[in-house]
Structure formats: structure tokens, C-alpha cells
Design a protein around this ligand. Structure first.
Ligand SMILES: C[S@@+](CC[C@H](N)C(=O)[O-])C[C@H]1O[C@@H](n2cnc3c(N)ncnc32)[C@H](O)[C@@H]1O
Length: 334
């Protein structure tokens, strides 16, 4: 089921697309690590005080669960973006249209991923998107978004429109399975990792981020703490990941200052890039966060760049070639 049909079928507490056409917003409810429910509140909300009242009501309604944040606003509220809180497929069908412009695989990160794949003669790429980082021995891509699949270059491995949680392939289908910058989008991590373990014969390679480190990235810490809270709701704890994999080694992936893959921290030494809407469109945290939440922080960043304050405060970054912004390779042998 796709698009409008899926929207109609969704209920309010589902983690799928929710838009009922009326005013309102969506909150994520859960504990510090996991979103348990996302709830649409069917009413126009004009200010943060009123939002707070809704948050209290929702927390009470969910047995004292913590309201993590307002994650999106509906079409007819001040936010222009349609309210879509998102399962992976819906997410990238709506935000992935320009992915290939700003998300070009970085050769230094590619080298690390390919090294981590070891001698695998066959590789399946799960959450493959547009095909970044696929080595020549890739036999199949698994990707739920048709919009992403459509951007795969000619000659790429065949793509199967499916989700990690239920991969329609036989056990032991390839030597290795890789899943890059995708696990934080999955609706059921445990099911997804179970599927990777079932489909891979020898090795699983996951590229992800350690949010304990990435939330200290200057952009989130100083300018966009509310948006960082969104990442809190979806970040995958490394310990949990390693446990689900049945053990794994974790490697730091430093991000080069001129990284060509425009993910969240890629522009750590090029702060002006975050003021470019095209760059932001390629970063899911921005694409999934209401403009009302983002714009004040970006305005401050713009001011700090014009005044030189950012450069003073971050002088230590300007000579660095690479930064540990929390990105990690998690490599499991089966
Ligand atoms: C940030 S993109 C990364 C794409 C690609 N792996 C890369 O490194 O460029 C995240 C991808 O995960 C996909 N995705 C989201 N939910 C998923 C799920 N449940 N199972 C598999 N892939 C999913 C999205 O559609 C999107 O293509």
C-alpha cells in the first residue's frame, strides 16, 4: 500500500504516516531510548505553551510516558510541510527525491566499508537507497522506497522493493550483508537485525552513528537542540546493536573535512553548507523536522557566520583534516 491509500489506513498511534487533513501536530511518546507511540493531536497549536499543555495530556494518556518532542506539524498549522511521521518507506518516498544530488559516496568511507566486507564474494545491501558504497560484488539491493530505487545509477545491482524487517530472500543468500546509514530508520530494529543474520552467511557490516557522540556535534549542541531531540528518538544504541548481532566489533569512521556524502555531520568544517536548503533536503533530520523548529537555530548560525563568532568559537576545527562525529562501522562475523 502506498501514498494516500496508506495514509487513510493508518491509525493515530501507528508509527506510519499520519495526516488527517485537519490542524494538528504529532508527538513521539516513549522513554529516553525508544519511541513507543507517535500521536496525532487534532487541533491547531499556535504556541509552545499550548503545545506543552498537549504534551502533558498525552503523557498522562500514555500512563506517564515521556513526551519526547513534537516531531512535525500538520499542513494547516504554521509549518508548511505536510505532517508525516514516518516509516522508512514513506519517509524516503517523500524526502528522498534529491538524495543523489548531495549524497555522493565518499571514497575514504567507501574504502573502510569495503575493507570491512573482507573477502565476501557476494553482498546484499539492505536499506540500499540510491546505491552508495555498493562494491562490485553486490548481487542485490533491498530498499523500501521506490523514489530511492529510481535514483540508482544504470548498471547497479538489481533492487528489491522490501524492508529490512521482512526480507523476501532465502536463508544464507549472500556472503555478506551491509546496511549503511539506515538502521535508525527501521520500525523494528530487532526484526531487521534478525533478518540480516538470516540472510547473511558470513558477515554483517552496519554503518551507523553513536548518538552519545553525535549529539555533541556543534550544529546540534549549539544551534539545533530541539532537532537533536528528534535524533534521540530514533538513534540506535550501539550496545543494543552489538547484542542483537550476537557480538560485533566497532570501528570509528572519522569524517573528512571535505566529505562528499552530505549526511548530517559531513559539513562540520563547512558550516555555511547547512544554510543551503538543498544540502538540508539530503539530511533526514532536517527533512523530517518542521521548519519552525529549525529556522531560529539556522538564523543564529547565519548571524554567527557573518559576525565571525562561529569561526572564533570553533577555531580548533579549522585546521583539522577529519573529525570523530560519532560515525561507526559495526562488523559482525557469523
Ligand atoms: C540515509 S538513507 C541511506 C541509503 C544508503 N544506504 C546510503 O548509504 O546512501 C536511508 C535508507 O534507509 C531506507 N529505509 C528506511 N526504512 C527502512 C527499512 N525498514 N528497511 C530497509 N530500509 C529502510 C530508506 O528508504 C533510505 O533509502
Amino acid at each position: 500500500m502506498t501514498g494516500a491509500a496508506e495514509n487513510r489506513a493508518q491509525d493515530l498511534d501507528d508509527a506510519g504516516v499520519v495526516h488527517r487533513g485537519g490542524d494538528g501536530f504529532i508527538v513521539a511518546v516513549g522513554d529516553a531510548a525508544h519511541v513507543l507511540r507517535r500521536i496525532f493531536v487534532p487541533r491547531r497549536v499556535r504556541d509552545t505553551t499550548e503545545r506543552g499543555q498537549y504534551q502533558s495530556r498525552i503523557a498522562a494518556a500514555t500512563g506517564g510516558g515521556v513526551v519526547l518532542r513534537i516531531t512535525a506539524a500538520a499542513r494547516s498549522s504554521r509549518c508548511q510541510r505536510e505532517a508525516r511521521i514516518l516509516r522508512g518507506m514513506a519517509t524516503y518516498n517523500s524526502i528522498g527525491a534529491t538524495y543523489a544530488y548531495t549524497r555522493r559516496p565518499d571514497p575514504r568511507i567507501a574504502a573502510k566499508i569495503h575493507q570491512a566486507l573482507g573477502g565476501a564474494a557476494t553482498v546484499i545491501n539492505v536499506g540500499a537507497g540510491t546505491g552508495s558504497y555498493e562494491p562490485p560484488q553486490t548481487v542485490l539491493a533491498v530498499e523500501p522506497s521506490a523514489v530511492m530505487i529510481a535514483q540508482r545509477p544504470a548498471g547497479s545491482a538489481r533492487a528489491l522493493e522490501a524492508s529490512a524487517e521482512s526480507i523476501p530472500l532465502a536463508d544464507d543468500s549472500a556472503d555478506a550483508v551491509m546496511a549503511l546509514l539506515t538502521v535508525h530508520h527501521w520500525s523494528d530494529l530487532e526484526a531487521g537485525i534478525g533478518e540480516l543474520r538470516r540472510v547473511a552467511r558470513q558477515r554483517i557490516v552496519i554503518f551507523t552513528f553513536d548518538h552519545d557522540i553525535s549529539r555533541r556535534f556543534w550544529l546540534l549542541d549549539e544551534y539545533l537542540p530541539e532537532a537533536a531531540a528528534f535524533d534521540d528518538t530514533r538513534a540506535v544504541g550501539l550496545n543494543r546493536l552489538v547484542t542483537l548481532l550476537g557480538g560485533a566489533r566497532v570501528e570509528t569512521v572519522p569524517i573528512p573535512h571535505d566529505c562528499t556524502d552530505g549526511f548530517l555531520a559531513a559539513f562540520w568544517r563547512r558550516p555555511d553548507a547547512y544554510l543551503d536548503p538543498e544540502v538540508r533536503a539530503g539530511i533526514s533530520m532536517f527533512a523530517q523536522t518542521c521548519d519552525d523548529v529549525i529556522q531560529p537555530g539556522l538564523a543564529r548560525l547565519s548571524d554567527d557566520l557573518s559576525s565571525g563568532r562561529w569561526h572564533q568559537r570553533h577555531a580548533d576545527l579549522l585546521d583539522r583534516e577529519a573529525l570523530d562525529a560519532g560515525y561507526r562501522l559495526v562488523v559482525a562475523d557469523l
